[in-house]
Design a binder for this molecule. Sequence first.
Ligand code: ASP
Length: 651
Amino acid sequence: MNSRLCQIALLATRRATLQYRRSLPSIQRVPLRSISHSAVVNEQYLQGYKDSERFHGEYPSRTHYCGDLRASDDGKKVVLCGWAQSSRDMSQDLIFLPLRDHSGVTQLVCKGDEEIKTQIKSLSVESVICVEGIVQKRPEGMGNKKQASGQVEVEITKIYCLNPATPSLPFWPNGAQLPNEEVRLRYRYLDLRREQLQHNIRLRSLTANTVRNYLSEHGFTEIETPTLFKSTPEGAREFIVPTRKRGQFYALPQSPQQHKQMLMAAGFDRYFQIARCFRDEDLRADRQPEFTQIDLEMSFIKIADIQNIIEGMVTSIWDKALGQTLTKASFPHMTYNQAMREYGSDKPDVRFEMKIADIRQDVKDILDETTSMDCMVVKDGARGLSGGDLKAMQKSLDLTSDFAYVKVNEKNLETWPMKCGALRYSQQVGGKELNAKLGVEEGDVVMIHKRDKYLYGGNTTMGRVRLHVSQLMQGKGLLKLDEEKYKFLWVESFPLFTPDEEGKRKWQATHHPFTAPFDEDIDKLAREPSEVRGQHYDLVLNGMEIGGGSIRIHSPVMQTFILEKVLELEKYEYKRFDHLIDALGGGCPPHGGMALGFDRLMAILTDSSSIRDVIAFPKAAGGKDFVVNSPSAVTTAQLNEYGLSLSSSDS
Ligand code: ASP
């Protein structure tokens, strides 16, 4: 636009603004909209709204954030904007008014000016104001060390009340007492004003930028993929989206997996996206039906290339977000089998030892070919685990007679196997030998569990016991976690297939059906799928899986074979992957990738106990959104448009 046009546009805008302002008095006189009884109940807190105190007009531009002022600013004229807190009358002529914005709190002070005093008195907490004032260094010893701007106060010369808050807010974000989470989720915009949540969401943004910068510097292209996708049997349950074409549906993507593979076929050999994913799964404590992944894919690479990129990216995140240095040694590797045998988990928490020993060879006479014996020694367990603790554990973990434990004392030091469940039937087991092998001492508790020799799934019974016991022992100060706060671990060489627990089919993909087998295991695909290892790797941090990925199948023939013959998908099901099979057959390079769960990563970086604390608008348990009150019903007319109807038992 040339400057003349700019001026005309500016004048027009000013005229419109003036007209708007002239019309304001009449707006102010309009009574509150009439609301129904139920709306009153829902919106009760809006009552008592003091609109007449609102300032309409131009207010000065902010010069500083509340948390930025320092003693060196003494004497400066400043303009601050923020949320008014509770004022405190110190005397007739001295009122303090803390003002908060995201950066901190500044103490405003009124020293006797009657007009300002009256204005302060009428301000309700959380009203949005702008103030002009003069910075004054507080007298020696009168500073507030807890506040960044605590060495100064600002004497108010003028207050503009930009938007008075209702005096009956459901809670004050700065209040000492917060209501339960449901109320805080309903009024999320208030809760988000809290310092902790402000920090979390801002750190999330910084982390997303770090990821973008790192990946862009390493030759990745950020590409968006569709949200309205198609129903394909990739693994998780999908959200289905009806359309106005009867019987035709989209599905929301459970991840951009298929699109990112097609992008490899398209020649974008380093792709990434901070992608929103949707899975309609049981909402366990810390899962969300919609979540975010840092998703990437690369062509012409090996597992180590992907792991190097991820390690570099995570190192850069730790540096920017926490100021901590990670090195190559921060990322050790372990096979799935070792993880399951020694920690009873495919995401082992290696911050503490308490490893599980396989004592099959020592008690072979009581086992058959298909079973094995796990043994775990809880050091000092006799002090840490009461009879009640152990009983409660057996109940909560649903432990059967295959599990047993014994407290080792002076008397049974060498004979304890005779008192320990199935071990008593072994003719070969020797207490002395086991003690030497496992380091058993008086005061320990020894636990055993007879399990299937074939390891599959996410954990073993002893693995769950290990975590439970570690919590109890930590609670009593008898088990200390490693000093290093963040313990990463690559877990790799997973079995490509896992027995299908629903029993519909024999096998399901351990990661997803696009994961490539180890080259040397390919000929077992048809004969013995249970022995095929997948080129699949997970990144684990402190016992939590923070990401997973794999080298993909790039042969359309092998991909079809796995879908059809091993996973036994019906024809109509595997035909839904035709787009991918075509892409693989149309000149697709060998490729692989990974996705990191962004929400979980942020929960770890911010030390939050729930991923809800790092998502601006999270869902509550059961997928409920308390802010907008969804999911919610739609009208019959809307349903009709989509050719849908509810059965009578649903309505
Ligand atoms: N799409 C996979 C997932 O969501 C990640 C990957 O294999 O890249 O778990």
